[in-house]
Design a protein around this ligand. Structure first.
Ligand SMILES: [Fe+2]
Length: 228
């Protein structure tokens, strides 16, 4: 007889914004994520209309989550504000299961607030996700990695897309497709704000920044502006 140990949930969902619009979206997103777990492209396509509806509703994002942060982990005064984070048990049995369990969040939603003319470092996310513009305008540069990641500290990138992004536009992240980018706010007076719907705890994990002119890569953790 085999025994399967089902771990206890680490903790309950964490809400940082009290908003019926966001709660409704999270409830729908959780159902979609569970029902499309075998195909994350399908997850993104199924989420998109509900995410569009959320982006089209204004005034649900509190002002405290719509402001830059001079001390933000991405530099440039960029604020990264955690709105919601789920903590689900991870049932993987691989030898790296402790890693999966330690980073078992399955849905994270945060706002990214970029001051006028500021630009993010070139970075990756290491998860499926949707990024939608809630306020302002952006210019997004998307990169693709040409090397296989076999040499530590080395990365060779090429640009595969340059997009002007207006309010309501949604980008798909499905690593490696679309996962490496930099984003610049092209508004003059007000910050640009994008909402991220991610399949990992993006602010907490170690991910990567890239410096194509030096063909270098280094790991970093962006953190969140409102959560230690
Ligand atoms: Fe990003």
């Amino acid at each position: 007889m085999s025994h399967t140990t089902i771990p206890e949930p680490l903790e309950t969902d964490q809400w940082f914004v009290d908003s019926p619009e966001l709660s409704e979206f999270v409830a729908t997103a959780k159902e979609i994520i569970a029902s499309t777990s075998g195909d994350r492209a399908e997850t993104l396509n199924a989420l998109k209309p509900f995410f569009t509806a959320l982006l089209n509703k204004q005034n649900w994002l509190p002002q405290n989550f719509a402001r830059p942060n001079p001390d933000g982990g991405l530099g440039g005064g960029i604020g990264q504000w955690l709105l919601y984070r789920s903590q689900e048990p991870c049932l993987t049995t691989s030898r790296n299961s402790w890693r999966g369990f330690a980073n078992a969040s399955t849905l994270t939603i945060f706002s990214l607030v970029i001051p006028p003319n500021s630009i993010t470092p070139i970075h990756d996310h290491l998860s499926w996700g949707l990024v939608g513009l809630y306020q302002g305008k952006q210019e997004e540069t998307i990169y693709r990695r040409l090397d296989k990641g076999e040499t530590e500290g080395f990365a060779d990138l090429e640009i595969v897309g340059l997009h002007q992004v207006n309010r309501g536009k949604i980008s798909h992240l499905l690593p490696p497709d679309g996962d490496i980018h930099s984003v610049k706010a092209t508004t003059v007076f007000t910050p640009s704000i994008s909402i991220h719907v991610m399949g990992n705890d993006t602010g907490s994990i170690w991910r990567n920044q890239y410096h194509p002119e030096q063909q270098s890569i280094k790991s970093f953790r962006s953190g969140y502006s409102n959560v230690p």
